[in-house]
Design a protein around this ligand. Sequence first.
Ligand SMILES: [Mg+2]
Length: 232
Amino acid sequence: MLRLITDFDGPIIDVSERYYRVYQFCLEKTRSPDQPVRQLSKAEFWKCKRAYVPEPQIAMLSGLDEVQAQEFAQLRRQTVHTLPYMVYDSLVPGAVDALEKVQQAGVDLVVMTMRRMLELEYAFNRHNLERFFPKNRCYCLNNDYVKTRDIDDKPLLMERAIAELPAASEVWMVGDTEADITAAKMHGVKVIAVLCGIRDRAQLERYEPDLILNNLSEAVDLVLRQHLPQVS
Ligand SMILES: [Mg+2]
C-alpha cells in the first residue's frame, strides 16, 4: 500500500491573505495614534514570511519600536488562528484535482496539520474537502491543545500516525515548512517540500527534504509515477 501524508496549510490551503489581514490588524492596533508606520504591501509581507523573518522584525520593518514589536507578535499569535480570519483562506489552485487523482489511484491519503480540529473541520466544510479525509486519516491538534512550536509538535503527530495507521509499503509526506520536513525525517518518511506555501526555496533547502517541487500536483504526479509498475 502506498500512503501519502499531506500537510494542509500550504499544499492545499493558501493562508497568505489571512496572514496579511492579521498583520494589518495588528499593526493598526499596536501603533500609537499619531505614530507614522509603513504598512508592507502583501507581496513584501509574504516575501518576509517565506524568508522566515520573525514577527517582531516584521513589526519593526513596518515602523513599530522594539516594545511594540513584542506586543504586535503576541497579538498576532492570539489572532491568526481565529475563525473570523479563516474566511480569507482559499484553495491552492490545482490542489483539489491533485487530491482527486490520489483518491482515484487508491492511495491511502492522510492529512497532518497543526490546525486544531475545529479549524480543520471549518475548512473541510467551507471547501468541501471532507470527502478526501475520513476521520481516521486526520491528524490534527485537539481543540484544547496548547501549542509549543510547530517544529516540536509536528513530529509528535507523525509519531502517533505511524503507531496507529496500518503498515504501508511506501510512505511519502508533502509539506511546506521545516516542521513537515523535520517530522518526516525523524521518522524515516520520504518528504517532498512544496514552494506554494509559507517558505521559499532557500529556507526549505536548509532542512534537506528529499525533493523540492512547486506544488501538490507535482508531488502527486511524482509519487504516482515512482510507484507505478515499470512497463518495459
Ligand atoms: Mg503548512
